[in-house]
Design a protein around this ligand. Structure first.
Ligand code: 0WD
Ligand code: CA
Length: 422
């Protein structure tokens, strides 16, 4: 049970023969891929950081470069969980866990109900960055820290710490044509922390979001309320308040090729059967999507929606997605369960469709790229990776800037422990 789809743990990957790194050989070649993108010279990626704001190394996001065997992706293991309450306070436990109650096949859930009078919305102007994960790491550092080496005494035994949502964005990048991203990376105690920075375009979108969209964002949470109960033996309560501050998050550890990952993701609910498999295999992801009425709509659902759903759930090893299909009026008219392991079969007859292997190989190469660039251990140094559709990934380096995201309490809390050992 060690691997979740691992067909190619062969050494080709490790030799980087198939890497899509590219190094610019002169001026004017940044941000487009020609030449041989499959040639990789690791020595050329050795950079001195903190000197120039922009280096010349880039990473291509062209799909065809990532069409190779599926990389090793170890079955994710839950190493802990945490909860955020109605006031967004952190708890190092699973108190916000909810239990899935299977809805009717044709339920008639009115998702509009309560939008005006029973909705408490999380303040999106508050940028939490990695804070909740960092709090969880601090609370669990004794069980997480490795024995340590002479080099790095009792460091975390992982290469990367991030949100699952950030990894989802990486997985879908080769297919994304609308939204770019900015990912800040900082190396501390040998581990690279990756935290998203809102792009200017995303901020503008968010600030001018039409009322209809705001209401539709509520619909997704309302669907959760119709299908989740607070206890294994209770029923959902659609008369209650929807409060989007509340969250239950799983923390998983896994490995993608030679990258050890620790990430957290919000989980909607779990199978209420006490004999269900242990987490994350008992978790259920809830989604809503417009009702599918035409072959064109079905095709678009397969090509775009299922890509995002698959990537998000595959990463933490959540096996089941329950979709509520809603009409224009915000009423769920049907539900359907998708098994994450069956999604690739569902889409395989779709012309020009996405492929899981491209997603995973791109993510893997991006992480190798980050490892090669983010070399300096310094909590106040940020390497800002930037991507826009149809371009290559580029980066810039920033010291003591607005981008620094590891808080003092985390640095002190992690270092404090080392001092207590002399
Ligand atoms: O600072 C940021 N830019 C982000 C912070 C971006 C994404 C997430 N977060 C934080 C929040 O603290 C949130 O509690 O991450 C938590 C969720 O992390 P995730 O699981 O890595 O995020 P993702 O997979 O994108 O979303 C999972 C669920 C969403 O469900 P649907 O079915 O719509 O994918 O988390 C919710 C949402 O319900 N969610 C968020 N909740 C709070 N803040 C956010 C957000 N920014 N984005 C999604
Ligand atoms: Ca969901």
């Amino acid at each position: 049970m060690d691997h979740h789809r691992s067909r190619s743990p062969n050494s080709r990957y490790h030799n980087h023969h198939h890497s899509a790194y590219r190094r610019e050989r002169g001026h004017g070649r940044r941000n487009h891929s020609d030449g041989d993108p499959l040639t990789h010279h690791r020595d050329q990626l050795d950079v001195k950081t903190g000197q120039t704001p922009l280096r010349s190394q880039t990473l291509s996001t062209r799909k065809d470069l990532y069409e190779r065997d599926f990389p090793l992706y170890r079955q994710p293991v839950e190493v802990g969980c945490f909860s955020l309450d109605s006031q967004r306070r952190f708890f190092n436990d699973g108190r916000q866990m909810r239990y899935y109650v299977e809805p009717d096949k044709n339920p008639n859930f009115d998702l509009k109900d309560g939008y005006k009078d029973r909705y408490v919305r999380r303040d999106e102007n508050v940028k939490e960055k990695l804070d909740h994960i960092l709090r969880w790491i601090l609370a669990n550092k004794e069980t997480l820290k490795s024995k340590g080496t002479a080099d790095s005494p009792r460091a975390l035994d992982v290469d990367f710490v991030t949100w699952r949502g950030h990894l989802t964005k990486l997985l879908t990048t080769p297919y994304e044509t609308k939204e770019g991203w900015l990912l800040a990376a900082t190396k501390f105690n040998g581990t690279v922390y990756i935290s998203e920075v809102e792009t200017e375009a995303a901020r503008i979108e968010r600030e001018k979001r039409p009322e209809r969209n705001k209401e539709m964002m509520y619909w997704g949470y309302k669907f959760e309320q119709y299908t989740c109960a607070d206890n294994a033996d209770s029923l959902p309560d659609p008369s209650g308040v929807v409060n989007t501050n509340e969250a239950f998050c799983t923390v998983v550890q896994t490995r993608l090729a030679d990258h050890k990952l620790l990430f957290s993701g919000e989980v909607d609910c779990r199978d209420k059967d006490p004999n269900a498999p242990p987490p994350p295999a008992c978790y259920v992801e809830l989604k809503t999507s417009p009702e599918i009425c035409t072959p064109k709509q079905r095709s678009n659902f397969h090509r775009f929606k299922l890509l995002k759903w698959w990537a998000q759930s595959f990463l933490p090893g959540v096996p089941r997605i329950v979709a509520g299909f809603k009409d224009h009026d915000g009423v769920v008219v049907s539900t359907e369960t998708f098994l994450v392991s069956k999604v690739s079969q569902l889409i395989k007859n779709e012309y020009n469709c996405w492929r899981p292997t491209v997603c995973m190989n791109f993510c893997c190469d991006f992480l190798s790229f980050v490892k090669a660039i983010v070399t300096e251990n310094d909590h106040s140094l940020v390497y800002l990776f930037s991507w826009e559709p149809y371009k290559d990934v580029t980066y810039s380096v920033h010291r003591d800037s607005q981008y620094s995201f590891l808080p003092r309490w985390f640095i002190d809390g992690m270092s404090g422990n080392q001092e207590s050992h002399h």
